[in-house]
Design a protein around this ligand. Structure first.
Ligand code: PBG
Length: 325
């Protein structure tokens, strides 16, 4: 008689029920590692939904405070602000609206909240570029860095906990660290957008932040999507210049970069930015009935974490925060 061969349970043993799967999961995500971005606009009377980025809003100073409170109830303690002025110009940027917002948020939430702010020039410049340009349309590095340092100083003095330069000019981390130290602001952290790619996934954000360049593109300062070496070099440089947190952006199409930056800089926290196009893409699929938005979003958080990110900046932080508390 031919005895039928049996196959003993092997790998499936650890997959057999949810409690065992939870116990053995490699990735344990906490809501304290999720960062929620917000957009605040000068001259806006009432908060409105952002059409390009569903579920997100254009905030006034007041609606921002309310939304941060909702976030805190959902266990989201870190926020990244994009503050958008109503006047665009080529020079003499005025940051008083920005610093008022920062002071107001800090006055209301103090240390219950980690307040991060984007540092870039693109929502101030008339041409939408992340630095100053000359008549030939070239982006000028050093004058831009000087302005980024001036902006950083004012933001730090207003009480920001973490400055997040997203401009990609050379040497800005060193310049910002220097100006902070010279002004007894050693406690302010810098989260550098250290490996930031020139990506098409920023589309919805640029509409929201009014920062689409009026000519050319950002390829002379952001990293070419084909390049691993440049991305590693760029994070190495920012780590050396004194960044406290590194970042890879976007996240999902760049998981290999996350993994490699993490292994080279295991002593530094690493953030990954799940950018507007990545988020909105899932949303559009969900709206077509092709997937469950929350479950798919959660899966992307796990993959970003598994690749090596410690922190995730995502428009879905408030939405899913409670699930990770
Ligand atoms: C500004 C900035 C951008 C994003 C964050 N900061 C756009 C860009 O570089 O063009 C993108 C964020 C997103 O898409 O969610 N420099």
């Amino acid at each position: 008689m031919n005895k039928e061969k049996t196959y003993p349970l092997n790998l499936r043993r650890s997959r057999q029920n949810l409690s065992i799967r939870n116990l053995l999961a490699d990735v344990q995500l906490s809501s304290s590692q999720l960062i929620q971005p917000y957009f605040v606009y000068q001259g806006l009377n009432e908060s409105e939904e952002l059409k390009a980025l569903s579920g997100q809003r254009q905030h006034t100073a007041d609606s921002l405070l309310k939304e941060i409170e909702v976030g805190l109830e959902n266990k989201i303690n870190s926020v990244l602000l994009f503050i958008i002025p109503n006047k665009k110009s080529f020079h003499d940027f005025d940051y008083s609206f920005d610093t008022n917002i920062i002071e107001n948020v800090k006055r209301n939430f103090g240390h219950d909240l980690v307040l991060m702010t984007d540092i870039c020039l693109c929502s101030h410049t008339q041409d939408g570029h992340c630095g100053f340009t000359n008549k030939q349309g070239e982006i000028l590095n050093d004058p831009s860095v000087k302005e980024l340092a001036r902006k950083s100083l004012q933001f730090a003095q207003a009480g920001v906990d973490v400055l997040a330069p997203s401009d990609m000019m050379d040497s800005r981390i060193a310049a910002i660290r220097n100006i902070l130290n010279q002004n007894q602001l050693e406690k302010t952290l810098i989260m550098s957008y250290s490996s930031k790619f020139s990506s098409h996934f920023y589309g919805p954000f640029r509409e929201a932040a009014q920062s689409t360049p009026s000519f050319g593109d950002r390829k002379t300062y952001q990293i070419d999507p084909r390049n691993l070496k440049d991305a590693l070099h760029s994070s190495d440089r920012d780590a050396l210049e004194g960044a406290d947190i590194l970042m890879v952006k976007p996240a999902l199409a760049y998981l290999d970069i996350i993994s490699k930056v993490k292994s080279k800089h295991s002593h530094l926290p690493l953030a990954a930015y799940q950018v507007s196009g990545e988020y909105q893409g899932l949303k559009l699929m969900a709206e077509h009935g092709l997937l469950d938005f929350d479950l798919a979003l959660k899966e992307t958080f796990y993959s970003i974490k598994r690749a090596g990110a410690d922190l995730i900046i995502t428009y879905g932080a408030n939405r899913l925060g409670k699930e990770f508390s």
